[in-house]
Write a protein that binds this ligand. Sequence first.
Ligand SMILES: Nc1nc2c(ncn2[C@@H]2O[C@H](COP(=O)(O)OP(=O)(O)O)[C@@H](O)[C@H]2O)c(=O)[nH]1
Ligand SMILES: [Mg+2]
Length: 346
Amino acid sequence: MKIGLVGFAGSGKTTVFNTMTGLDVPVGYGGEVRLGTVRVPDERIDRLSAMFTPKKTTYAEMTFCDVPGEHGAERKGLSSRALSTIREQEALALVLRDFGNPAIEGDADPLRDLSAFTDECILADLGIVEGLLARARKENLPAADRERLERMQAVLEEGRPLRTLSATELDRASLKGYQLLTDRPLLVVVNREEAGAAEPLPEDLAARVSELGAGGLALSASVEAEIATLDAEDQAAFLQDLGLAESALARFIRTAYGLLDLISFFTVGEDEVRAWTITRGMNARTAAGKIHSDLERGFIRAEVMGYDVFIEHGSEHAVKEAGLFRVEGKDYVVADGDIMNIRFNV
Ligand SMILES: Nc1nc2c(ncn2[C@@H]2O[C@H](COP(=O)(O)OP(=O)(O)O)[C@@H](O)[C@H]2O)c(=O)[nH]1
Ligand SMILES: [Mg+2]
């Protein structure tokens, strides 16, 4: 999963990026586009790894991209370079400044910045959709295509992002390549002073986030950066002092998984214990394709144990004895935590 950190200059994108990735990119305006990959913490993998003692343990991964905003100024629009990098991301995390930044004039106002960012993206999309519509009319494309574009145009003209359309109205797959901005999932990250780190989003902001079809999360990047320098025990104590149960990275990833409807299944063995990320609702055969295309092509069946069942019984043998070991076909909808072994033949 590739998530772009976007937002106006000085909102704390690079600080958030460093916090998440453990990298140490200089903060300040501008700079290059940076990539950092983190493992998705998962206690289930920790546990499975302890049980199987495999040669290799592989967690799911999430790649963060720090997309620099426009140089120097806030709310002066996104550069074309920023826009084109944003278009490469599968999901966006919009960092909103909610702390006093001496380099920026005026008070922090996350709601204002959320609107400004949204409006810019909507305008950019409207330009694209209008162009497509003009071409569809000129070339006399099928009425269904035209109507879909008209529906998109109407939504954008109302000031709503395309993601607020239902999946059938939007038909995401056919939009790939159009380089739209408001169709992809959005996670709004409110970056605060230390004091507010554990507070929920204020009501007006939360309401706006939900109207936009987005998810929301508050954190304090500077506090998290501090925490990251401590050892594990002190980290837990520090988080507790702030009223937080877990680190921003863990919260971020959990929120992102929920927003993007992602789940994990596992493969286990002496060689490797591994987590695989898929979209909820995916069938066993497509999920097998995440491991290798041969497994999808030559799919015969999936042998499945739920993680909880496996832990409760302690071994595959015991799960079988209890009659809870399952054999599923290609259409089986994979559940979060399924431990799967794919039988295939190519
Ligand atoms: N007080 C406070 N300052 C922050 C926080 N996050 C970032 N900053 C500061 O804000 C400035 C801009 O941060 P930076 O990460 O470079 O923002 P970017 O332009 O969005 O990448 C830097 O001086 C950071 O140290 C925060 O949570 N609290
Ligand atoms: Mg930066």
